[in-house]
Ligand binder design. Structure first.
Ligand SMILES: [Zn+2]
Length: 422
C-alpha cells in the first residue's frame, strides 16, 4: 500500500461533476487505485499540489508511416505532396521489418510519454494489407501489457468502389480483429463509396473509422455522405470520423445540416489539430501566410451531443514533419488551437478528449480515468494547475504504470539511420 498525498486532480478526470480541481490523496495497492480521499497530512509521497493525470489515449495515429521523413520528405508541405511522397515510399520499402522497426520506435516514444492505448490507421492498399496486418497483430501481442493497440484499414475511394478489393481488405481486417476505414474528400462518387463501405462493415460486423473531408475545398461532402449511409442502412457499429476540415469553409446551412446528420447517425468526431496546422491552407510556393487552419467545428459538434476527441495523427512523415506521440503536446496544442482554455473552470473537461472520452469512443479496455478499481496508470507533474502545465513542455513528468515508475528515456533517432539510406 502506498499513498500519493496532496495531489491536484481535476474533478472531470475522476468522473465527478464540476470543472474544478480537487486536492486529494490517492491510495495505491498492488498496482491499482484503491481509494481517493480529500487530502489529509500523513505518511506517503507528498506531491506538493502537483497535478496527477491519467495516462493518455491516442485514438488517431499512423504508426506505419512514422519516422520516414529523412528518406521521404514532403516536397512542399501540402496534403497532395504528402500523399504522393508516402505512396512512393510504401511501394518497395514497406517490408515487415521496415514497418515493424519504425512502429516499435513510435510505440516506445508514446509509452515513455505516458500513453496507455493507441489506435493506428494502417495503409491497406493491396498488396500492403497482407504485410502490415500480420505485422500489426504481432505488435499488438508484443505490446499488450504496455500499450493497448487497435488497427484501422486505410484505403482510398478507388478501393472502396472496387468490390473485390474492398472485400479482400475487409476480410483481412476481420481476421485480424481490426476496424474498417478509408479516406475520402472531394470525389464524384463519394456518396456511393460511403455506402459501399458502411454496407461491407455491416455485413462483416466491423466498426468504422474514417478520414473525411481533410481539405479546404468546400465541394467535399464525404462526412455528410457517411452520416447518410449510416442512417439509410441502419448500420449499428461504432463510427468515428477524423479531420472533417471542410466544415470550416462551408456555409452555415451546410454546417448545421452536416452536424445534425452526424449527431443523428451517432458518429463521433476526432480532430487532429497539429496535423491540420501543418497541412491545411498551405500554398505550394511556401510564400503565403495560412489563414484557414482546418480544425473542425469541435465545440459545435460537442454542443450537438456528438462525442469528440483530439489526437496526434502523423509523426515525422510527409503528412506531418514533427510529432512524437506525446498526449500532453496534443492537449497543450489542442487547448491553444481549439480555444478550449476558457472558461477556465470548464477547460479541464476537454482534457478528457485524449483520455476517458477517447477511450470510451474507441472501446478500449483502458478507461483513462482516475477512480478506485482502475490500474494506477498515472502521470505526475510538478505543475499544479492549467497555466503551469501548459506554459512549459513538462517533459520531466513521472509516468506510473501499475503503480510503478517506468523508464521515460526516449528512443534515439539514430537507431533508424540504416532504414533511411536511399
Ligand atoms: Zn490520419
Amino acid at each position: 500500500m502506498e499513498t500519493l498525498r496532496n495531489a491536484s486532480v481535476p474533478s472531470a478526470l475522476m468522473g465527478r461533476p464540476g470543472g474544478g480541481m480537487e486536492h486529494v490523496d490517492i491510495a495505491l495497492d498492488r498496482g491499482r487505485i484503491v481509494a481517493i480521499t480529500p487530502h489529509q497530512p500523513g505518511p506517503g509521497r507528498d506531491l506538493d499540489h502537483g497535478l496527477v493525470l491519467p495516462a493518455f489515449v491516442d485514438i488517431h495515429t499512423h504508426l506505419d508511416k512514422g519516422h520516414i521523413w529523412p528518406r521521404r520528405q514532403n516536397p512542399d508541405g501540402t496534403w497532395i505532396g504528402a500523399l504522393n511522397a508516402v505512396r512512393g515510399d510504401r511501394v518497395g520499402r514497406w517490408s515487415a521489418t521496415d514497418v515493424g522497426r519504425r512502429m516499435d520506435f513510435s510505440l516506445r516514444a508514446a509509452y515513455a510519454h505516458g500513453t496507455a492505448a493507441i489506435r493506428t490507421h494502417l495503409d491497406s492498399f493491396p498488396p500492403q494489407h497482407e504485410i502490415s496486418w500480420s505485422l500489426f497483430a504481432e505488435m499488438r501481442d508484443k505490446w499488450r501489457d504496455r500499450v493497448e493497440l487497435q488497427g484501422v484499414a486505410l484505403i482510398d475511394a478507388e478501393v472502396l468502389l472496387d468490390a473485390p478489393m474492398l472485400d479482400a481488405v475487409a476480410r483481412t481486417v476481420k481476421a485480424a480483429g481490426g476496424l474498417l476505414g478509408g479516406s475520402v474528400a472531394v470525389h464524384p462518387r463519394s456518396k456511393e463509396a460511403m455506402l459501399r463501405l458502411v454496407e461491407k462493415a455491416g455485413d462483416l460486423g466491423l466498426d468504422l473509422d474514417l478520414h473525411t473531408d481533410e481539405t479546404g475545398d468546400p465541394s467535399a461532402h464525404a462526412l455528410e455522405h457517411l452520416a447518410e449511409a449510416v442512417l439509410e442502412t441502419g448500420y449499428t457499429g461504432h463510427v468515428l470520423a477524423g479531420h472533417c476540415c471542410v466544415l470550416t469553409v462551408q456555409d452555415e446551412a451546410t454546417q448545421r445540416r452536416t452536424i445534425d446528420k452526424v449527431a443523428r447517425a451517432g458518429i463521433s468526431v476526432v480532430s487532429l489539430p497539429m496535423c491540420n496546422m501543418y497541412l491545411q491552407d498551405r500554398e505550394p510556393s511556401g510564400h503565403a501566410t495560412p489563414v484557414r487552419r482546418g480544425v473542425t467545428l469541435l465545440h459545435e459538434f460537442r454542443a450537438a451531443g456528438v462525442k469528440v476527441a483530439i489526437a496526434s495523427d502523423n509523426t515525422r512523415d510527409p503528412f506531418y514533419a514533427y510529432g512524437d506521440l506525446d498526449g500532453l503536446e496534443v492537449l497543450r496544442e489542442g487547448a491553444r488551437i481549439l480555444h478550449f482554455d476558457h472558461p477556465q473552470d470548464e477547460a479541464w473537461s476537454w482534457a478528457r478528449s485524449n483520455g476517458a472520452d477517447a477511450a470510451a469512443i474507441a472501446g478500449f479496455g483502458y478507461r483513462a480515468q482516475i477512480e478506485p478499481g482502475t490500474p494506477a496508470d498515472l502521470l505526475l507533474f510538478r505543475a499544479r494547475n492549467w497555466t503551469e502545465l501548459f506554459a512549459r513542455p513538462q517533459a520531466d513528468r513521472v509516468v506510473l504504470r501499475n503503480g510503478h515508475p517506468i523508464d521515460t528515456t526516449l528512443p534515439d533517432y539514430r537507431e533508424l539511420d540504416d532504414l533511411m539510406e536511399a
